[in-house]
Write a protein that binds this ligand. Structure first.
Ligand SMILES: Nc1ncnc2c1ncn2[C@@H]1O[C@H](COP(=O)(O)OP(=O)(O)OP(=O)(O)O)[C@@H](O)[C@H]1O
Ligand SMILES: [Mg+2]
Length: 241
C-alpha cells in the first residue's frame, strides 16, 4: 500500500521551478532512494514534501490526506519527519536537551527514554553538547529526533554526508533498522550505489526531472545510466570478479 503519492510536483525557491512534474511513490515500510548529480533538485523534493518552500504546485497525498496546503507542523503531526542535509541537531544543546525539546514540541516527553533505549550511545552521551559529538553520533541524535514523534515516514537528506566509509556503513545499518521498526524511508544519497543496494526502489533526478526509476537492483543493473548518474563503481573490476 502506498503511504506517500507525489503527483506532478513542481517546486522552487522563487518564480522559477527547480524541480518539475515529479511523480513519486513510497509504499508502506519501503526504503526509497533519490539519487542524482549535485544541484539536480533532490533536497528540493524533500523540502517541498515538508512544506519548506515558497513555490509548490501539484499534489502529495500522505495516508489519504493532501499535504501541500498544510503547514509543516501538521505534516509532522500526521506522521512525516525530516532529517535535513545540514543543521539537523541543536549544536549548543546537550544530547538530552535536544531530545527533551523535541519531546516537548511533539507532546511525547516519554520519547526521550525510548530513544535512549534505542540508541544506547546517546544515553552514554546525554550530557555532551551536540556540537561535540562525532559525525556518527550526531547522525544517531538526528535520527532519534526524527523518530521521537513516532512517524510512519522519515525523509533523510544525505545521512552519510561528511562521514568516513566506516561510519557510512554504520549509518546505513541505522537506516535499515528504521525499516525493521515499520518506518518507511525516503532518502537522498550521494553514495547512491551503496544506498540502492539496500533500497527497495529508487529514482534518479537530473536537472529537476526524474530520468529513471525502478527497483534498487534494476537501477544498479542499468550499466549505462549507473555510470552516468551513480558515480564510478566503488570496487575496481577484476577479470575473475
Ligand atoms: N535556498 C535556496 N534558494 C535559492 N535557490 C536554491 C536554494 N537551494 C537550492 N537552490 C537551487 O536549487 C537547485 C537544486 O538544489 P538542491 O539543493 O535541491 O540540489 P541537490 O540535488 O540536493 O544537490 P546536492 O547533491 O548538492 O545536495 C540548486 O542548484 C540551486 O540553484
Ligand atoms: Mg541536497
Amino acid at each position: 500500500m502506498s503511504i506517500l503519492t507525489i503527483k506532478n510536483l513542481s517546486a522552487g525557491y522563487s518564480e522559477t521551478y527547480i524541480v518539475s512534474n515529479i511523480d513519486m511513490v513510497v509504499h508502506e515500510n519501503e526504503i526509497v532512494t533519490i539519487a542524482g548529480t549535485n544541484g539536480a533538485g533532490k533536497s528540493t523534493v524533500l523540502k517541498a514534501v515538508m512544506g519548506l518552500l515558497p513555490r509548490v504546485e501539484g499534489s502529495a497525498v500522505f495516508l489519504g490526506t493532501e499535504l501541500l496546503r498544510q503547514p509543516t507542523e501538521d505534516r509532522i503531526r500526521s506522521g512525516i519527519t525530516y532529517v535535513p542535509q545540514v543543521a539537523n541537531v541543536f549544536g549548543s544543546m546537550t544530547v538530552y536537551e535536544n531530545l527533551q525539546l523535541t519531546g516537548e514540541i511533539c507532546g511525547r516527553p516519554q520519547g526521550v527514554r525510548e530513544m535512549f533505549e534505542l540508541f544506547p550511545v546517546l544515553a552514554e552521551r546525554r550530557g555532551t553538547y551536540a556540537e561535540s559529538l562525532s559525525g556518527g553520533e550526531r547522525q544517531q541524535l538526528a535520527f532519534a529526533r526524527a523518530l521521537l514523534p513516532r512517524p510512519k515516514l522519515i525523509l533523510l537528506d544525505e545521512p552519510s554526508a561528511a562521514l568516513s566509509p566506516a561510519l557510512t556503513g554504520q549509518v546505513f545499518e541505522e537506516v535499515k533498522r528504521l525499516k525493521t521498526m515499520g518506518v518507511a524511508v525516503l532518502m537522498v544519497e550521494q553514495r547512491a550505489r551503496q544506498a540502492l543496494a539496500f533500497s527497495d526502489r529508487g529514482y534518479i533526478l537530473d536537472a529537476g526531472k526524474i530520468v529513471l526509476s525502478g527497483t534498487g537492483a534494476d537501477l544498479l543493473g542499468n550499466e549505462e545510466m549507473a555510470e552516468l548518474y551513480l558515480g564510478r563503481h566503488p570496487q575496481p573490476q577484476t577479470a575473475d570478479a
